[in-house]
Write a protein that binds this ligand. Structure first.
Ligand code: GLN
Length: 501
């Protein structure tokens, strides 16, 4: 039996056909039975979750439904600070770090009645596209355990795909919600820059980072976005704009949809099966009455270079705080204080994080700043203008989320450039600050699970990416929802989630 969606879970708790305790127990059972193979969850607190569930059940029995997620259990990425348990960022340097406060989104979830049961695996400090850069463990793709779940929010995506949890949160700096959503066959949204407060999100690239939801359906993602969105004075980049009822917006009639088709997203390096699936998805919109219009994004070809300069520059300055004094790991027997900084960082950071600190420090260094960092900022402005112009003519731009389906574990881990290129279709939404969603739109033939007990679905998931205008999440979600009303890709679940292997 397929696990319930987030909305189903929420409704059954409030209708009292399921208790919150039973839902938490189900999640804990998933961690116990499925997660040894998938390795999505890095920590959890069963006792705390059960206590909160008991309290929620008592309140509901007394006739009080406290918030839109009353009693609903969830998992969140382990770069979101929680006042309980640890916040590791999947890094040795923070392995034993207990945050003194909850991230804003955790406060919001809890105020909505949700129960944060545990934390999910990621690439160290969210730097990566496969979750192989985690210092803790490698998460596996529930559709085929030899494949990566994507990254950096690989744990959050895999846990939803496997049915361990109905919903989760991740963060997206250059694709870290959308790309794992695409690889794992679930729905993931990166909101507009400024839509969700990053207070308590461990910073990677501060001008790019956003927190966003995962679910199996657009409905679930809309529900979560409505809970976490909004202004928070502790993140001055969060914007004071009303938060629409995203869920209600999905029920509105949809008319006059204009889909943008940008050739720049269908060029060299695109897997033919991904191309076919995405083009078929665009055809679904067309047959539903949408108009498809060509748009041009002439500066897209610089997006990867621009992103990897800005993201590493910001990372090098954000990660300066891990010095063995303020936070985390400190080397055992330093010769002097300089040695203490160097050795603590050398021992605490993994290879990819060190690479990015070096790249970013170089790009910011005097003599190179103008040629690299400043130039990248100018290119970013050009990319932003491309999108502003294109999204003036259409509602959404439709394209692949990733040029290929999931790759094998180990396939690209020693080739950073090849790994960076996997982000080619996702980074521009972060550079432009616009919202973007990935929804399942098909399967590849490659990567067939060895045993597919149900004999139904074969291959690895493919994701359709839809990008919209700033703060137009309601329209973006509505259009994405339309696709899920007309197709059933999002209802497929991997054999492992149904008792198969
Ligand atoms: N894969 C990209 C990177 O490594 C994006 C990561 C992210 O969005 N956190 O930087």
């Amino acid at each position: 039996m397929t696990a319930p969606t987030l909305l189903e879970t929420r409704d059954s708790i409030r209708n009292r056909t399921m208790t919150s305790q039973a839902c938490v127990q189900r999640l804990l059972d998933g961690i116990r039975t499925l997660d040894p193979a998938i390795k999505a969850v890095v920590s959890y607190d069963a006792e705390r979750a059960m206590t909160l569930a008991r309290q929620a059940d008592e309140r509901i029995a007394d006739g009080h439904v406290d918030g839109p997620l009353a009693g609903v259990p969830l998992l969140i990425k382990d770069n979101l600070c929680t006042a309980f348990g640890r916040t590791t960022c999947a890094s040795r340097i923070l392995e034993n770090f207990s945050a003194p406060y909850n991230a804003h989104v955790v406060e919001k979830l809890e105020a909505a009645g949700a129960i944060v049961v545990g934390k999910t695996n990621l690439d160290e400090f969210a730097m990566g596209s496969s979750t192989e850069n985690s210092a803790l463990m490698v998460t596996r793709n529930p559709w085929n355990l030899d494949y990566v779940p994507g990254g950096s929010s690989g744990g959050s995506a895999a846990a939803v795909a496997a049915g361990i949890t109905a919903g989760s949160l991740g963060s997206d700096t250059g694709g870290s919600i959308r790309q794992p959503a695409s690889f794992c066959g679930v729905t993931g949204l990166k909101p507009t820059y400024g839509r969700v407060s990053r207070y308590g999100l461990v910073a990677y690239g501060s001008s790019l980072d956003q927190i966003g939801p995962f679910g199996r359906t657009v409905r679930d993602v809309a529900l979560l976005l409505g809970v976490i969105a909004g202004r928070d004075h502790r993140d001055s980049t969060s914007v004071d704009r009303p938060v629409p009822d995203y869920l209600a917006a999905l029920e509105q009639p949809l008319k006059g949809v204009r889909i943008g088709y940008a050739e720049e997203y269908f060029g060299e390096g695109l897997d033919p099966e991904v191309r076919a699936a995405v083009e078929a998805a665009i055809a679904v919109y067309k047959s539903a009455g949408a108009t498809v219009q060509t748009v041009h994004l002439p500066h897209m070809k610089y997006a990867i270079a621009c992103y990897y300069l800005i993201a590493t520059a910001e990372a090098s300055s954000n990660l300066a705080r891990y010095d063995g004094v303020h936070y985390g790991h400190r080397t055992a027997a330093p010769k002097d204080y300089i040695d203490m900084y160097c050795a603590s960082r050398q021992e605490g950071f993994g290879a990819e994080v060190r690479r990015r600190i070096m790249l970013g420090t170089y790009a910011l260094s005097s003599g190179y700043y103008d040629a690299y960092y400043l130039k990248a900022l100018k290119v970013r402005t050009l990319i932003q203008r491309d999108f502003e112009q294109a999204l003036g003519d259409v509602d959404v731009i439709a394209c692949p989320t990733s040029p290929t389906p999931a790759i094998r574990i180990g396939e690209k881990v020693n080739d950073p450039l090849a790994m960076y290129l996997m982000d080619i279709y996702t980074v521009s939404a972060n550079l432009a600050g616009i919202p973007a969603i990935s929804i399942p739109c098909g399967f590849s033939k490659a990567g067939l699970p060895l045993t597919d007990l149900r004999g139904s679905v074969k291959g690895l998931p493919i994701g359709l990416q839809l990008m919209g205008a700033h703060f137009a999440e309601d329209r973006l979600l509505r259009i994405a929802h339309e696709y899920q009303l007309r197709t059933d890709w999002h209802t497929r679940t991997p054999p492992i989630a149904n008792g198969g292997t």
